[in-house]
Design a protein around this ligand. Sequence first.
Ligand code: PGA
Length: 259
Amino acid sequence: MRRPVVMGNWKLNGSKEMVSNLIKGLDAELSNVEGVEKVTVAVAPPVMYLDLAEKLIAEAKNDIVLGSQNVDLNSNGAYTGDISPDMLKDFGASHIIIGHSERRDYHNESDEFIAKKFAFLKEKGLTPVFCIGESEAQNEAGETVAVLTRQVNAVIDAVGVEALEGAVIAYEPIWAIGTGKAATADDAQATHAAIRAHIASFSADVAEKVVIQYGGSVKPENAEAYFAQPDIDGALVGGAALDAASFAGIVKAAADLQK
Ligand code: PGA
């Protein structure tokens, strides 16, 4: 049985006040939620706020895992503006998003570059939250599985299929991110099953264990339909993670199915 991971990707949003309200609000919303202990709940604030978030999480009654949204390929040195895995660890961040389509698009991050980040996070004992996804045009051209396979293969080629064990994959169709146009639960399930089958062609054991989240316009209203699918193991949540009650509603949908 895979443990679902529900993670909030706050993107470029936040202030000290917002971080404080959101983490305290989430903690309050999660009190007495049956089954919540069987769900990994994670938040990835902008890196500026990791220090504050770490302190707030330490005071929280519920287990909230700290994450981050990016990482550099170097540990230290002359790399202006970059953040290393050791720095993220220093602030208690463990679940690190890599390969998000916004970084692939706006920062020209390639499959190979992202695979290097994956390898570096694993080497440092951190958990990659490895995003994959197809564009609308690729989806309409029937290329979805081919695109996802290529993205996953970049990691398998770089570090071997075993490295996926303990990692998180986030399937995020690009056309569903921030658009309100979510994939149907059935379509998402079919795609998740295809990703898992592809991984199983390398290792059935790893495929069985790897967590595959869905991401793209997940809301409290549609979350349960995703989580009820056999191959969907949680969600990576953008917009709805910026409101404590909404994000908690998504966590509750996952917890309900774990009772
Ligand atoms: P969204 O974003 O929930 O706002 O669609 C998801 C993501 O980009 O991780």
